[in-house]
Design a protein around this ligand. Sequence first.
Ligand code: ARG
Length: 459
Amino acid sequence: MVGKLWGGRFKSGTDKIVDNFNASIHFDKRLYKEDIEGNMAYCRGLAKQGIISEGDAATILNALKDICGEIEGGDFAFDETLEDIHTHIEKALIEKIGPLGETIHAGRSRNDQIALDTRLYVKNSAIKIINLIRDFQLSLIGLAEKNQDLIMPGYTHLQRAQPVLLAHHLLAYYEMLKRDTERYEEALRRTNVLPLGSAALAGTTFNIDREFLSRELKLENLTANSMDAVSDRDYVLEFIFASALLMMHLSRLCEELIIWSTQEFGFIEISDAFATGSSIMPQKKNPDIPELIRGKTGRVYGNLISLLTTMKGLPLTYNKDMQEDKEPLFDTVDTVEKSVTIFSRLLEEIDFKRERLIEATEKGYLVATDLADYLVSKGMTFRKAHHLVGDMILSAKKKKKELHQLDLSEMIRFSTLIEGDVYGWLDPMSCIERRNIEGGTGPEMVKKALSKAKEELRS
Ligand code: ARG
């Protein structure tokens, strides 16, 4: 059969509808660089082992370079009857240099070839995303430093709980993203492995130097079992999982920004450049960007579930089902790269509303725990103090007062342990200052955390 690499045992051509359904070229052309890189290394490997001559290798390498240039210059014709990127590049090679181009596939299968291409692609993408996360963390730290003395309510159950430093709140996300980076790095360790030499499934009969190939391709290990090598997509799944978790973290911060930008909260204003309006309501300024990032998180979760499901019923070794790994992978890369990039920019332009944050910190009995701690410092048990402060809150509420607005005479009615120093104690900033414990919101600790974060990002 003309055109097909595998046409030999076929008497008639494939139906047009089959060519279309079977083809992956419309998405896997995205792997052209990795495929050419793999081809070049493999070609050098064949020459090193004397399977092809050095002169022939040089001709092949030159032709591959030209093909790369043609693809990048838009001068390359893609054709779905040629199925995938591997076939396209091999065919182009044969067209350019004749039968010599037919030598490159000795000892190799598209099964270990696609395994190599996706590994290289996941590797490059993970490195790129790790760098984008770093930029994002720098924006977070910049925002925290710009607002270092700002206090705000910390929440549990979305109810005002205790005063915290805004920087402490922001640095919580620094920690989440630090774990995300670690997860990508961990996934990279298992991605940087060379499958070449596995051929279709059983290993090649050619004397291929796998160590040489892995050095050429800057991979760190060799796959240990050829059957596992051609049927493993764990590294793609781990990459998508790391991405799903990263998106979840971004989405949680988006949710907070959306809430904080409401009139009800009024804690922040998103800059005009990163907000949008309404086609009917002239007063509106909508937080579309955080909403979209929150929304896109669902796509990445979907990609993870999609590929997990594709893989779950597959017998060893390669099955065509596995071609379905690419679109979820590519979509994940696009979504994560775009989301992290735009989010870093948006962060840099957030304006925190100092007055509103202070006002919110002073209302809602956020210092109640500290009042109980005060009583404990004067000798009361914590449980008793908790109960007593509860009573005080009920009484203060009736008078429409906050705790610090009660007169000393009103306070003493609850406990004679309370003295004039209670007012200083209940100042939100002093509540924060008392929490100078490792990992707490105390200003000393937050300062330390900020410089530790900057140090980590430098290294
Ligand atoms: N396009 C295929 C994929 O992405 C490449 C491997 C094809 N191998 C095969 N034996 N048909 O999975």
